[in-house]
Design a protein around this ligand. Structure first.
Ligand SMILES: Nc1nc2c(ncn2[C@@H]2O[C@H](COP(=O)(O)OP(=O)(O)O)[C@@H](O)[C@H]2O)c(=O)[nH]1
Ligand SMILES: [Mg+2]
Length: 380
C-alpha cells in the first residue's frame, strides 16, 4: 500500500511517498533493494526527515529535540516532557522572548539612526521595563532546580556505606538483576556501578559505590575517591548501615546532605538501630525483601519532588541552558548600556536575541544542527 503526501502538507514539507509492507525482514529488504535500483534514490541519513522538516519550517529545533526524546523515552514522565516540548510550548516561550528583545533592538537602532528630532532619546528607554521583565522571566526559567534535565536524564542517587553493609545487594534488588558482585569479602566493589530504573514513571540512576573505609590498597583508594565524588555530584545519597558498621555512623554521616536517607540494612538480623534525628531512616532487608517497597516509594517521591511533572516549558538540555545564560548576560549588559552608550546597548541586545534564536534554530544554526540531528535513528 502506498500513500502519497504532496508538498507542502507532508511532515517534511516536500513530496513524500510512504510504503506500507508486510513486516517480514526479507520483504522489507527486497523492496529496499528494488528501490535502490531506481535512479536518484538513496537511504535517508539518521534524522534526515526531521531535519528537512526543520529546514522547511515545519518545526523548530526544540520540537525536533522533543521528537528525538520521545523516541528515546523510557518512562512515562520522560515521554510527557518530550510531548510537551514537541507541542511547541518551549519554542513559543523562547520565540516570544526573542521577539521582545528584537523590538527593543529596533527601538534602540531607531534612536541611533535618527539622532535629531524624529525619534527622541527617551524612546530607547521606553522599552527598558519590558526588557527588564524578559530578563526576570529568563532568570526564573533558569532557577528551576534543573527539573527538566532531571526528568530527562533521570534523578541521580548514590548508595553509600562501609564495606559489607549490603550496598551491592541493594542495587541488585532494586534493579531486579545481578549487576554488582555481592560477597562477604570487604572491598569487592571498586568501580561505580549504575542501574537505570523506572520508579513510578520517573527515571532514576542508582549508583553502587566502593565501601568507605581507611585502606592502604591503591585501587581500593581510587574506588573510594570515586565513590565520594559520585556521591557529591548526585542529587540524593542513601547511606547503608548494618549491625557491623553502625559504630561508624557518625563518621559515615559526614558524607550526607540535608534531605538524604539512612537505611538500616539487614533488617532480617533483628537488630536495633540507634535513634537518629538529622535524617529520615528506614529498615530494609534484601534477604527477605522487607522494606524494599517503602524504599522504592520514597525514591519515586523524591524524583517527583526534584523533577515535578513533564508539563509546561522547562529546560531539558544543557544546550538550552547555555544559550539562556548567555542571553541573560548580554541582555543585562545591554540594559545598563541603554543609559550610557546606545551603540553598545544595541550590540548586546543583538547578541541576546541571537543566543535565544539559536535554541529554536532561528539564527546561524549550522553548527547546532549536527548536534541536534546526530542522535536520531534512521527513518525519522
Ligand atoms: N542477612 C543479610 N545479609 C545481607 C543482606 N544484604 C547483604 N547481605 C550480605 O552482606 C554481605 C555484603 O553484601 P554486599 O552487597 O556485597 O555489600 P557491599 O560491600 O556493601 O556491596 C554479603 O555476604 C551479603 O550476602 C541482608 O539484607 N540480610
Ligand atoms: Mg559492593
Amino acid at each position: 500500500m502506498c500513500f502519497w503526501f504532496p508538498a507542502p502538507h507532508s511532515v517534511t514539507g516536500e513530496d513524500l511517498a510512504e510504503l506500507h509492507l508486510h513486516g517480514g525482514p526479507a520483504v522489507v529488504r527486497g523492496v529496499l533493494a528494488a528501490l535502490g535500483e531506481l535512479p536518484g534514490l538513496r537511504l535517508a541519513l539518521p534524522g534526515e526527515f526531521t531535519k528537512r522538516g526543520f529546514l522547511n519550517g515545519k518545526l523548530d529545533l526544540t520540537q525536533a529535540e522533543g521528537l528525538a526524546d520521545l523516541i528515546d523515552a523510557e518512562t512515562e514522565q520522560q515521554a510527557a516532557l518530550a510531548l510537551s516540548q514537541m507541542d511547541g510550548a518551549l519554542g513559543q516561550l523562547y520565540e516570544s522572548w526573542r521577539g521582545r528583545i528584537v523590538k527593543g533592538l529596533a527601538y534602540t537602532e531607531a534612536v541611533i539612526d535618527f539622532p535629531d528630532e524624529d525619534v527622541p532619546d527617551s524612546a530607547a528607554l521606553a522599552i527598558a521595563p519590558d526588557l527588564q521583565s524578559v530578563l526576570s522571566e529568563m532568570k526564573a526559567h533558569l532557577a528551576d532546580g534543573h527539573r527538566g534535565e532531571i526528568l530527562r536524564n533521570g534523578l541521580s542517587v548514590a548508595i553509600l556505606g562501609a564495606p559489607n553493609s549490603g550496598k551491592s545487594s541493594l542495587l541488585n534488588a532494586l534493579a531486579k538483576r545481578d549487576i554488582a558482585i555481592v560477597s562477604d569479602i570487604a572491598g569487592t566493589t571498586r568501580d561505580v556501578l549504575e542501574a537505570r530504573l523506572n520508579l513510578g514513571g520517573y527515571a532514576v540512576n542508582l549508583a553502587d559505590t566502593a565501601g568507605l573505609r581507611e585502606t592502604s590498597e591503591a585501587i581500593e583508594q581510587e574506588g573510594i575517591r570515586r565513590a565520594v565524588v559520585r556521591a557529591e555530584a548526585a542529587q540524593l545519597r542513601v547511606l547503608l548501615v548494618d549491625p557491623g558498621t553502625v559504630s561508624r555512623l557518625k563518621d559515615l554521616q559526614t558524607h550526607l546532605q540535608p534531605g538524604d536517607l539512612v537505611v538500616w540494612s539487614k533488617a532480617d538480623l533483628n537488630w536495633t538501630p540507634p535513634a537518629l534525628a538529622d535524617f529520615e531512616t528506614m529498615a530494609v532487608s534484601t534477604k527477605t525483601g522487607a522494606g524494599l517497597s517503602t524504599l522504592v516509594t520514597w525514591l519515586a517521591d523524591q524524583a517527583a519532588r526534584f523533577a515535578g511533572t513533564g508539563n509546561g516549558a522547562v529546560i531539558s538540555r544543557a544546550r538550552h541552558r547555555e544559550s539562556v545564560l548567555e542571553a541573560v548576560e548580554t541582555l543585562s549588559r545591554g540594559l545598563s548600556a541603554l543609559t550610557s552608550g546606545l551603540d553598545l546597548a544595541a550590540e548586546d541586545l543583538r547578541m541576546a536575541a541571537r543566543a535565544i534564536g539559536r535554541i529554536t534554530g532561528r539564527v546561524d544554526v549550522e553548527d547546532v544542527l549536527d548536534v541536534v540531528f546526530q542522535d536520531f535513528c534512521i527513518g525519522k
